[in-house]
Design a protein around this ligand. Structure first.
Ligand SMILES: [Zn+2]
Ligand SMILES: [Zn+2]
Length: 159
């Protein structure tokens, strides 16, 4: 398989995963699997949350695609598996490290995009319950959050 096509499928899957994550977060995690996601919306003690189970849940299709795709030489299937894995890694870095700072790896960033995804996710966490949430995505956020961060930055610069 042409490596460029392979790479395009990996990257394409990565972006599709943002949509799948949005849908899963809104309709599954805030739906019938709320019991796993709930402790992510409540202040919790200890390092692990039930919510971390979603890493395992998403790892299964990724692992199956990679293993079966390579075994049977369906490289496009393996590419999808790698795309899902890459998104999982991105989700870990953005959601666990940059937003929730479960690991103190990066110090506070002043980057507008970083501030925007943090703010958008903060708005998601504003609600402790299952219903009427907002901002279910991770990498793609609504323009209003971006505008708000830009406005804050301008005010900051003036002072
Ligand atoms: Zn949520
Ligand atoms: Zn969160």
């Amino acid at each position: 398989m042409n490596p460029l096509i392979f790479l395009s499928i990996v990257l394409g899957t990565f972006f599709i995963m943002e949509g799948i994550t949005w849908l899963t977060h809104k309709y599954v995690m805030h739906g019938f699997l709320w019991f796993l996601h709930e402790d992510h919306h409540q202040p919790s003690e200890g390092f692990f949350e039930k919510n971390d189970a979603f890493f395992l849940i998403f790892a299964i299709p990724s692992w199956l695609c990679i293993m079966l795709g390579l075994q049977h030489q369906y490289y496009w299937v393996a590419a999808i598996g790698f795309g899902i894995a890459l998104y999982g890694l991105g989700y870990f870095i953005v959601h666990e490290v940059i937003i929730h700072q479960r690991f103190k790896w990066f110090t506070r960033s002043n980057n507008t995009y970083v501030k925007t995804i943090r703010w958008a996710h903060k708005m998601h966490h504003k609600r402790l319950g299952k219903e009427d949430g907002e901002s279910f995505g991770m990498l793609l956020v609504a323009k209003k959050y971006w505008d708000k961060v830009q406005k804050d930055k301008k005010i900051q610069e003036k002072n």
